[in-house]
Design a protein around this ligand. Structure first.
Ligand SMILES: Cc1cc2nc3c(=O)[nH]c(=O)nc-3n(C[C@H](O)[C@H](O)[C@H](O)COP(=O)(O)O)c2cc1C
Length: 180
């Protein structure tokens, strides 16, 4: 397969909370995405990106080093899947901070979502993310996949199968659209 036919997918782990679950979900998704021969997959962990949370008042100020360091990974991506929990009815501040630091890196790129959480499975977080990514000119598709952390990823076999199928659809291993 020619290099230019391959797509680079960046999976972004949104939670930086100590003891977080996000990296488990992200690695699970990455393992499915890597089954595709036409995907190169990067996992971007915001917990190790160390993006600052204070921005300069001067929009022309040079980017802080950590922001510069992450930029090429975002630039190189043809598409993103954001792995997000729900914290107080929305997505975590670490994710908003990362979105805000960048601009053209998001433009015209598809962004899918893998959410998890308590009873709402992260769906409020995804609803908020659709709006924010729309504002930075990314292209949130209709497809996303959501799971209640306790029930699907850890507990019941039948919902694991369901999640597996949703994950495969999300990365294009199966035709279809996933909603919840
Ligand atoms: C501060 C905080 C607020 C939360 N708020 C919600 C919520 O509004 N809705 C929900 O479904 N789950 C909520 N949860 C449960 C989390 O979504 C769940 O614990 C998830 O695993 C957290 O993701 P993380 O471990 O990757 O950070 C909350 C958890 C925390 C720590």
């Amino acid at each position: 397969m020619a290099e230019n036919e391959r797509l680079r997918l960046a999976i972004i782990i949104g939670s930086i909370r100590k003891g977080r679950f996000g990296h488990v979900a992200a690695e699970w998704l990455a393992s499915r995405a890597r089954l595709r021969p036409d995907f190169d997959v990067d996992v971007i962990d915001l917990a190790t990106a160390w993006l600052p949370d204070v921005m300069s008042a001067d929009p022309s100020a040079p980017r802080p080093q950590a922001v510069k360091d992450l930029a090429p990974w975002l630039e190189a991506a043809d598409a993103f899947v954001v792995v997000t929990p729900e914290h107080h009815q929305t997505f975590p501040a670490s994710l908003k901070n990362a979105i805000d630091w960048y601009d053209e890196e998001w433009h015209a790129k598809p962004v899918g979502f893998l959410s998890y959480g308590g009873s709402s499975s992260g769906l409020c977080a995804v609803a908020a993310l659709r709006q924010v990514f729309g504002d930075v000119h990314a292209v949130p598709p209709h497809a996303s996949t959501a799971t209640s952390r306790g029930f699907s990823l850890h507990a019941h076999a039948h919902t694991d199968v369901d999640l597996e199928l949703r994950g495969r659809v999300l990365v294009g291993l199966e035709p279809g659209t996933v909603f919840r």
